[in-house]
Design a protein around this ligand. Structure first.
Ligand SMILES: [Fe+2]
Length: 187
């Protein structure tokens, strides 16, 4: 097992209550947007509750057209340890890639279309570590530089669920916490 991605088989058909929110009319443009905070399926909410978890934020949706990608970035202002549950729809052949930041890399903090902070990096600022497809779902590390390639013929959506312990609902999960919590459902 690596430290960047592991796949799960959990007893939940879909994290969204209303998947019609995945609609995005500008098919050739990437996009990031929030689902409504109440748009979480009953099964997912109950599953999280049963294992002592809650959603940190609403579900964040990422759309990447075919033959495109998401450049190297961190979901926040600096390197950290953040394990997130991502559900990938379509995007056959797409992969998520992880990188180590070189010590001298300058930061370039921007904002996504969803208003979330992200820090962009160029190829020469990072060292490749690992690549793997995201499944339905996978736990992924988003606190270190990563990017997505979707160079095949399918559009790709990711439903990203940032989870927290009910006892500390704003904090998110570390990699070690996520491994421990989800060990029974790992593939
Ligand atoms: Fe990201």
């Amino acid at each position: 097992m690596n430290n960047y991605c592991f796949d799960l088989n959990i007893p939940v058909p879909h994290p969204l209550a209303d998947p019609s929110v995945l609609t995005w009319e500008k098919e050739l443009e990437p996009n990031i947007w929030w689902a409504d905070k109440d748009n979480v399926s009953k099964e997912f909410t109950e599953f999280l509750d049963s294992i002592g978890l809650t959603m940190t934020y609403p579900i964040l949706l990422f759309y990447t057209p075919e033959r495109q990608g998401i450049p190297i970035h961190i979901d926040g202002p600096s390197v950290c340890d953040r394990a997130v549950m991502n559900w990938c729809v379509d995007g056959a052949g797409s992969e998520m890639l992880w990188y180590q930041l070189k010590d001298d890399a300058l930061t370039d903090i921007k904002e996504t279309t969803a208003g979330t902070p992200y820090t962009r990096y160029t190829d020469d600022q990072v060292i490749f570590l690992h690549s793997q497809p995201v499944r339905w779902p996978s736990i992924v590390q988003t606190g270190i530089p990563h990017k997505v390639t979707n160079y095949g013929l399918e559009k790709r959506w990711v439903l990203s669920c940032d989870l927290s312990l009910k006892s500390d609902p704003g904090k998110g999960l570390t990699w070690e916490q996520a491994k421990e919590i989800f060990k029974s459902w790992m593939l």
